[in-house]
Design a protein around this ligand. Structure first.
Ligand SMILES: Cc1cc2nc3c(=O)[nH]c(=O)nc-3n(C[C@H](O)[C@H](O)[C@H](O)COP(=O)(O)OP(=O)(O)OC[C@H]3O[C@@H](n4cnc5c(N)ncnc54)[C@H](O)[C@@H]3O)c2cc1C
Length: 124
């Protein structure tokens, strides 16, 4: 059956808003490989391919995590990446050994799904 033949209005009191989040176009500007979501694929030190002085972090970066997944696009991950890059740059400037690979530490998930109805997940 074609989708046109199925199309009909259903009366309801529920509004569902569904939206995706598009990554920044930084991967295209940098002409570097991107994942399906448009995030720049970075190396373990958060630099992009063939550019050891260009870091991409946070929601713009596709960072390998465990079991073939990528680090989630959430604030704690962005903060940890910022700290890592800052430390690397500081160490480079002061001639110290730089940390080689970023290691994401997942602190768990917390969502509020209604008044007094939090959901706590811990998939560390
Ligand atoms: C609706 C929503 C709800 C979310 N809820 C949660 C939550 O509950 N918990 C959680 O951990 N995370 C949540 N997130 C994800 C979280 O917001 C992001 O993972 C986090 O902000 C990523 O930080 P970032 O620094 O990479 O990017 P951002 O915080 O988006 O910062 C990027 C900054 O760059 C600026 N910018 C963009 N383009 C340019 C340009 N061309 N030139 C100059 N500046 C530019 C933007 O204005 C922005 O200020 C949520 C995201 C959304 C959209």
């Amino acid at each position: 059956m074609s989708s046109k033949r199925c199309a009909r209005a259903l009366a309801c009191n529920t509004i569902i808003w569904a939206a995706g989040v598009k990554a920044s176009d930084a991967a295209a500007w940098l002409e570097t490989p991107a994942d399906r979501a448009g995030r720049a694929i970075v190396q373990s030190d958060l630099t992009i391919q063939d550019a050891p002085n260009i870091y991409v972090i946070g929601d713009t970066a596709s960072v390998q995590w465990k079991d073939g997944t990528t680090v989630p696009a959430i604030a704690p991950a962005a903060k940890q990446q910022g700290t890592f890059v800052a430390q690397r740059i500081r160490h480079q400037l002061t001639g110290r050994t730089v940390p080689l690979s970023f290691r994401y530490r997942h602190l768990g998930n917390l969502a509020t799904i209604g008044r007094n109805e939090p959901f706590l997940g811990n998939s560390v």
